[in-house]
Design a protein around this ligand. Structure first.
Ligand SMILES: *[C@@H]1O[C@H](CO)[C@@H](O)[C@H](O)[C@H]1NC(C)=O
Ligand SMILES: *[C@@H]1O[C@H](CO)[C@@H](O)[C@H](O)[C@H]1NC(C)=O
Ligand SMILES: *[C@@H]1O[C@H](CO)[C@@H](O)[C@H](O)[C@H]1NC(C)=O
Length: 237
């Protein structure tokens, strides 16, 4: 899955900062020139893997920023700093969720500089990147399980409460309605393969992952387990 990346150290970002501070120490006038300082972009997307390429587009938060025209369908890497949370959309104004929604992503320490290779990922569809306050169309504190891929069809919204909640049943209360995509609009929860939150946890939605969505469980072997989601409980890692 493309959200699981790691590797780089922030050192490479810190070195140029240190150099410019030394420069400023010896050239106080240059400091004046730097004012008023513009805010650094929250996210930078590139047309090449590994934060390279001819085209580069800055994204500023808060709000919703359309992907630069030349980069639509062509985003190959993404750089951001630790702690930044972003949401991806297939509409230019971050609207039309959830069908147009393509997950949230939060930079953790292990993500290093960012995502170095977005080739053959949903990034091909991005038209806008918003901060994590942008709407997903899913009720707050619940997980929406969709009967079709790409968040299509009428979802079963499962509230995440202090007790366990089974996913919607297919009729007569017996059969669990299996999902093919989901959006977790909740900070923390545990997904189970069995009813009543019995048995093993399939996956945890971690703190900071509110808004995460999986649009297609077939994209990676690990995510095929989501077809078995049968109940959802509180608690996470
Ligand atoms: C990016 O560069 C690093 C360091 O040179 C390398 O280890 C990594 O494999 C590269 N990744 C891609 C996607 O090119
Ligand atoms: C980037 O990912 C694609 C698709 O998985 C792969 O074919 C390609 O070799 C990767 N590029 C680099 C530089 O690692
Ligand atoms: C779930 O709980 C209900 C009510 O307590 C019980 O009737 C049912 O057998 C349980 N099912 C499983 C799979 O644990």
């Amino acid at each position: 899955m493309w959200t699981l990346f790691g590797g780089y150290k922030l050192v490479s970002l810190l070195v140029p900062t240190a150099i410019s501070l030394i420069f400023l120490a010896f050239h106080p006038a240059a400091f004046e020139v730097q004012k008023p300082r513009h805010k650094a972009p929250d996210v930078i997307i590139y047309s090449g893997t590994n934060f390279t390429g001819n085209i580069k587009c800055n994204v500023f938060f808060p709000g919703c920023t359309p992907v630069c025209k030349q980069l639509i369908g062509n985003v190959k890497s993404l750089q951001s700093t630790k702690g930044t949370c972003m949401k991806f959309y297939t509409t230019a104004d971050c609207s039309g969720a959830p069908v147009s929604y393509r997950s949230a992503f939060k930079m953790f320490e292990s993500d290093g500089r960012g995502i170095d290779n977005l080739t053959d990922t949903p990034a091909i569809e991005w038209k806008a990147i918003g901060d994590c306050k942008q709407e997903t169309g899913v009720p707050d504190g619940s997980v929406a399980l969709f009967p079709k891929k790409l968040y299509q069809g009428k979802p079963c919204n499962v509230a995440v409460t202090s007790k366990c909640n089974n996913v919607c049943t297919g009729g007569g209360g017996a059969t669990i309605q299996k999902s093919q995509s989901f959006i977790a609009n909740v900070e923390c929860c545990s997904l189970y393969a069995s009813k009543n939150c019995s048995g093993d946890v399939l996956h945890y939605i971690r703190k900071g992952q509110k808004g995460y969505g999986w649009e297609d469980y077939d994209t990676a072997k690990y995510f095929k387990r989501f077809y078995r989601i049968s109940s959802i409980g509180p608690g996470c890692l």
